[in-house]
Design a protein. Structure first.
Length: 180
């Protein structure tokens, strides 16, 4: 290696090490028990997707609890963190829906549950948005809330579309039945 190439390589390596060491590790919003439950249902689409709906609902309830808990001193900061957790788990739910759809697994039952939950989640997040109107502390979590609402709106549309597609595939017997 020439001197310039060698210096460039060292600079690139140094920059990479500096960036990676200063980045905060992202914590997993799922508990170890939840991860174990998901692992146990890896090949059962209906069970796995229903678990994800349950976990998303728990994260949504945690947002409401963060708003009203007198022990919480930084309500806005806590709501922001809980919204990020909600969004992370909801994104995992959507990723799993896509994975099972790509495999042509019959997930119509769980999609109906997910669509009902989407409606519930949308109502709760919109209520949070409405209650935050005019509050200065809401600016701390406004972006995360908007992001969550947009992801939920997109997910709800995608889930409805997928259910329609799966109904059509079922008529043509092109879906793989879930293994009990």
């Amino acid at each position: 290696m020439t001197g310039i190439s060698q210096r460039f390589a060292w600079c690139a390596l140094s920059l990479l090490l500096c960036c990676s060491s200063s980045a905060e590790p992202r914590r997993d919003p799922l508990s170890q028990l939840e991860i174990d439950q998901l692992r146990d249902t890896a090949q059962a689409p209906d069970e796995r997707l229903k678990l994800y709906v349950k976990f998303v609902r728990i994260r949504l309830d945690a947002i409401d609890q963060a708003r009203t808990d007198p022990k919480v001193t930084d309500h806005a900061g806590e709501i922001h963190v809980r919204l990020q957790d909600f969004l992370a788990v909801y994104d995992e739910l959507s990723d799993n829906v896509d994975m099972f759809a790509d495999r042509r697994d019959d997930s119509r039952k769980s999609l109906k549950v997910i669509i009902e939950a989407d409606t519930e989640f949308q109502a709760k997040l919109r209520a949070l948005k409405d209650s935050a109107e005019g509050k200065t502390e809401a600016s701390e979590y406004q972006f995360a809330l908007t992001d969550a609402i947009e992801a939920l709106d997109t997910g709800a549309t995608d889930h409805r579309t997928l259910l329609t597609e799966q109904e059509d595939l079922a008529k043509r017997k092109k879906l793989v039945k879930a293994v009990p």
